[in-house]
Design a protein around this ligand. Sequence first.
Ligand code: DX5
Ligand code: ZN
Length: 227
Amino acid sequence: MPQRKIPLIAPSILSADFMRLGEEVTAIDRDGADWIHVDVMDGHFVPNMTFGPSMVAALRRQTDKPLDVHLMIAPADPYIESFAQAGANHIYVHCEGNPHVHRSLQTIRKSGAIPGIAICPGTPPEALTYLMGELDLILVMTVNPGFGGQKFIEDQIGKIEILRAMADATGRDIRIGVDGGIDPTTAPRVVKAGADMLVAGTAVYGQPDYRKAISDLRDAGMRGLQP
Ligand code: DX5
Ligand code: ZN
């Protein structure tokens, strides 16, 4: 079995104080975030709205950490290039609601960003079978996308295990992130199942001490690496 990696922590700015967003990003950058997770919502694919490419450009000026851009928009293809040019390092498109995701992944790579697929709780892992050759990142949604602060959906653990086996079978280095309801209780369980990147909104920005919250999450995740 390939060596499991120490889980990366990607706080989601969806739960930050938007009035002080610059400071909020600087704080997690300084306090140990590995990546900055940016939730882009269109009020159509998901029932909420957030940011566009100009926000990604502003974040790019605020931090040198990788910007992990989760597109919850349909269609996504017309906007990929703009997000990449704005400075997104990683771009995820959803495999639901976008008809030609194989092409979307190629477009992301061509635009200079690292391509990923996000998968909703109701979608079976096999939906990614013929996309494995085109992606470097998988984002397993453990809540229905649209809002922070929701409850972790338990049966997604089995999906992470299946996706980890599918990813390892490619022989390529594919990182599996988990997004939704991640806290120090769920973190070890998803890492044990095969995740190596943890997105956390509430479990970081809902805490008084961001440094402690990020390190608690990383420590909890690492407990999942123990046999
Ligand atoms: C939900 C977003 C998540 C969200 C997670 O649609 O994709 O990134 O910020 O928030 P928590 O960690 O609070 O579940
Ligand atoms: Zn997200």
